[in-house]
Write a protein that binds this ligand. Structure first.
Ligand code: UD1
Ligand code: CA
Length: 422
């Protein structure tokens, strides 16, 4: 049996936030959820999450995740947090313990830790700046003796660059025996999980640290500047994945990826573009400079000119949008649709070849094929209490500055003169 324990009860005072630290986002998703996706790839028998500070927020985020939540009522340290879970695990289970603020760890790194043949194994890494981490202290024979927390370390110990990532694996019965022996006699007055290392080593148990090659995946975030650093690592990774998938990024370091992006081949993304949530870009899609695209599926050949904001929309074929178009949720655009500058659409379906080229609001509407909506046309969809629909027939021509007061239906090939109120 493999059981995972994620420690997520800390308040993360250094974040200075109303929310638990592990819910701070990296790449638009809570750190804890990113970590859990990696952990799930190991196919563990059970995942326990220790919650405490802001537990109600965590309960909401984890509802339906299948994780077992254990409450730590007093935050007395990582050792104490782990001990809260032990009554719920099998005595012979292998335990993998992780801090909740480690969003970038790769499943393969965790898998190789589990392959080590040791009574207690940890993942360490060589930090450029070890500040804040527990230092790995090795004996003359090179074996791991102790982990010394920063606040308890001597000046000399602080110069050690090999640090504890916070990931630890051991059998439940061993761990339980060690945790019973630890105390709070240290600089922070906490029960340190890391004190188990010295106890195990003193008992003659085998303790191994696997030194991870890529330190950046093990970085934790205790404060906002570390969070910003992790975000950069995430962004670099995510941009690399897009480039490998066949997208061109005109200025990679200016593109922000805050979700799961899927791209076809020969997608072009210009400078200062932000992609949020689930975004799918078909072959040859062009995203102009400064666009923000959230939760959208853009069909092959769709062209967003600069500075469009597109949210919750679908294009079904090549369309041209913008510059400066605002496409809101529920917009569906068929092939050949043209939405021009300063046009807002919401909950609107445009059939093939329909056009709204300038300065319009089209909401709760059905626009027929090849219909042409003149500049300044507005669907008056809201009467102060309810929303109503507008239907514009195929081939209809709506003159500039018309107000279509819904519910209203404009017939096929109808012509509305400029400045009409219908
Ligand atoms: C811990 C390690 C340190 C390691 C570092 C890696 C200890 C004592 N120290 O230090 O060796 O280098 O992680 O990032 O383990 N938590 C609880 N309950 C508590 C206290 C903490 O659930 O009572 C949770 C926190 O929410 C957090 C995790 O445990 O997710 C780690 O706690 P944190 O305070 O960040 O530990 P560090 O000081 O970073
Ligand atoms: Ca930490």
């Amino acid at each position: 049996m493999l059981e995972v324990i994620v420690l997520a009860a800390g308040e993360g005072r250094r974040m200075n936030s109303a929310y638990p630290k592990v819910l701070q986002p990296i790449g638009g998703r809570a750190m804890l959820l990113r970590l859990l996706s990696s952990v799930q790839r190991l196919d563990p028998d059970r995942i326990h999450v220790v919650v405490g500070a802001g537990a109600e927020h965590l309960e909401r985020e984890l509802a339906g995740s299948g994780c077992h939540l254990v409450t730590q009522t007093e935050r007395l340290g990582t050792g104490h947090a782990t001990a809260q879970v032990l009554p719920h695990v099998g005595a012979a289970s292998r335990l993998l313990i992780l801090p909740g603020d480690m969003p970038l760890v790769r499943p393969s790194t965790l898998a190789s830790l589990l392959e080590l043949d040791a009574d207690l194994s940890i993942v360490s890494f060589m930090a450029d700046d070890p500040t804040g981490y527990g230092r790995i202290l090795r004996g003359d024979d090179g074996r791991v003796n102790t982990i010394r927390e920063e606040k308890d370390a001597t000046d000399e110990e602080r110069t050690v660059r090999e640090v504890n990532s916070g990931v630890l694996a051991a059998r439940a019965d061993h761990l339980s025996a060690w945790l019973e022996q630890i105390d709070r006699d240290n600089a922070q007055g906490e029960y340190y999980l890391t004190d188990c290392i010295a106890l195990a080593a003193a008992e003659g148990r085998s303790v191994q640290a696997s030194i991870a090659e890529a330190a950046e995946e093990l970085l934790g975030a205790n404060d906002r500047s570390q969070l910003a650093q992790l975000e950069q690592v995430f962004q670099r990774r995510a941009r690399r994945a897009l480039l490998e998938a066949g997208a061109t990024l005109a200025a990679p370091e200016t593109v922000q990826l805050r979700g799961e992006v899927e791209v076809g081949r020969d997608v072009f993304i210009d400078a200062n573009v932000t992609l949020i949530g689930q975004v799918t870009l078909g072959d040859g899609v062009t995203i102009g400079a400064g666009c923000v695209v959230e939760g959208a599926r853009l069909a092959a050949g769709t062209c967003l000119k600069p500075y469009c904001v597109v949210e919750g929309a679908v294009t079904e074929g090549p369309c041209t949008l913008g510059p400066f178009a605002r496409i809101r949720p529920g917009t569906r655009l068929a092939a050949g649709v043209k939405i021009g500058n300063f046009v807002e659409t919401k909950n609107a379906r445009f059939s093939s070849g329909a056009k709204a080229s300038h300065l319009s609001y089209i909401g709760d509407a059905e626009v027929g094929a090849e219909a042409n909506i003149g500049a300044g046309t507005i669907t008056c969809n809201y009467d102060g209490a309810n929303k109503h629909r507008t239907e514009i027939g195929p081939g209809a021509f709506i003159g500039s500055n018309s107000a279509l007061v819904a519910p209203v239906r404009i017939g096929e090939r109808a012509v509305v003169g400029a400045g009409s109120v219908i």
